[in-house]
Write a protein that binds this ligand. Structure first.
Ligand SMILES: NC(=[NH2+])NCCC[C@H](N)C(=O)O
Length: 392
């Protein structure tokens, strides 16, 4: 693990204001966040990273700049107009509406969606059947409140980026945005895409870089075994790793991604949810002669990881919590830390016990508040997409 040099975040905005008690479950939030406070919390998170010399890029800004390119604008507009729910008549109206927007406003609509009332029929703009029959609470273009969790919609493995294939309908459209950014933004010109939306499901929260040539991929609610297999094949073909540990995790919301139970905090240490630490197993996958992934026998994760990483032991920060505290702090993303260098990580301040154990183990914890941000069930790691780390 090197020092974090550049990270992509998304400052939450109008898309969070779309959440209501009617739609928060399907939009994958457990509460209705207070938007202004969530933004303050997020600004403090970004500032904590900048204070440590990390360059912070914002997805919203990159998207706006990307939309200045006609080809990107056309591709992104087409991706929302493709929705078969619209029908020809409404599609025409939405198309005309989007065509009038400048890049900043178009970026806003792509992120925050378009509500029924924002597309009022007027003179020369009849409602049409689909619009008239739509519930007024429905969205013409669905909002993307989970954009905040930039970890999941793309993941870098060294100099290549996997644009993922998100499993939940509420998040599916996010990758049209990340893909367009990587394809069209001058900052990323020439970047190879290691994975693509539309392939078998893989989410960035399930991808952990354990060492320069070793990856772990969680398989559970979001990443499928088929997705892990294809990603492994591509990683091997690109020469980006020699071993991939495929780690089955419980298919439930509390453990939706591998990074909800385990994150790296040092070159040879992880913080891990104690209630599963001993039970976690891994299938070591290596490249066969034909480049096809070869699957070894399942073993305890910690042993398989140490062997692949070429170290004696992968230390686990013994959070030593009683099972109830451990369960509470896991739910609030206590294990979801963002390493900004070996032995320095960002964590939510509310996970008092986990953070104290990290400090006792010699890990510096930069604590941020996340009472509003955390209502979407994601911590500092989920809210960040590291683009570059410098060795050492
Ligand atoms: N890498 C992560 N753990 N991301 C958390 C994503 C949370 C988001 N609400 C979802 O359900 O998808």
């Amino acid at each position: 693990m090197g020092r974090l040099a550049t990270v992509m975040l998304h400052r939450p905005g109008a898309e969070l204001a779309r959440l209501t008690p009617r739609n928060n479950d399907s939009l994958l939030f457990d509460a209705i966040p207070w938007v202004g406070r969530a933004q303050e919390e997020h600004d403090a998170f970004a500032q904590a990273l900048r204070d440590r010399g990390v360059e912070v890029l914002y997805l919203g800004e990159l998207l706006k700049e990307t939309l200045e390119k006609p080809a990107a604008r056309a591709a992104l507009t087409e991706s929302v107009l493709e929705d078969p729910r619209l029908g020809d008549n409404l599609r025409g109206r939405v198309s005309a509406h989007l065509a009038d927007l400048d890049p900043r406003d178009l970026a806003q609509v792509l992120m925050a969606g378009l509500a029924h009332e924002e597309l009022k029929p007027g003179p020369g703009k009849p409602g049409g059947l689909v619009y008239e029959l739509m519930d007024r609470h429905d969205f013409v273009i669905d909002p993307l409140p989970n954009l905040l969790f930039t970890r999941d919609s793309s993941a870098w493995v060294r100099n290549q980026v996997a644009v993922t294939s998100l499993a939940m309908p509420a998040r599916n459209r996010e990758t049209t945005l990340t893909k367009a950014i990587y394809k069209h933004h001058p900052r990323f010109a020439g970047t190879e895409l290691l994975y693509n939306p539309g392939l078998e499901n893989v989410e960035g929260g399930d991808i952990l870089l354990l060492a320069p040539n070793v990856l772990a991929i969680g398989v559970g609610e979001r990443t499928t075994a088929a997705g892990a297999e294809r990603l492994a094949r591509r990683v091997f073909a690109a020469g980006l790793a020699h071993t991939i540990l495929v780690v089955p995790i419980a298919q439930e919301r509390a453990t939706m991604h591998l990074d909800t139970v385990c994150t790296m905090v040092d070159v040879d240490a992880v913080v891990m949810y104690p209630n599963i630490a001993d039970a976690l197993r891994a299938y070591p996958v290596t490249a066969g002669f034909d480049g096809e992934p070869q699957v070894g026998a399942a073993r305890p994760f910690l042993d398989a990881a140490a062997e692949a990483m070429g170290i004696d032991r992968l230390r686990i920060i013994d959070t030593g919590l009683d099972p109830v505290t451990a369960e509470r702090e896991q739910w609030d993303d206590g294990n979801n830390t963002l390493a900004i260098a070996p032995r320095v990580c960002v964590a939510y301040e509310r996970n008092v016990e986990t953070n104290a154990q990290l400090e006792r183990a010699g890990i510096e914890v930069i604590a941020i508040s996340g009472s509003e941000l955390g209502s979407g069930r994601g911590g500092p790691r989920c809210m960040s997409c590291p683009i570059e780390r410098t060795p050492g």
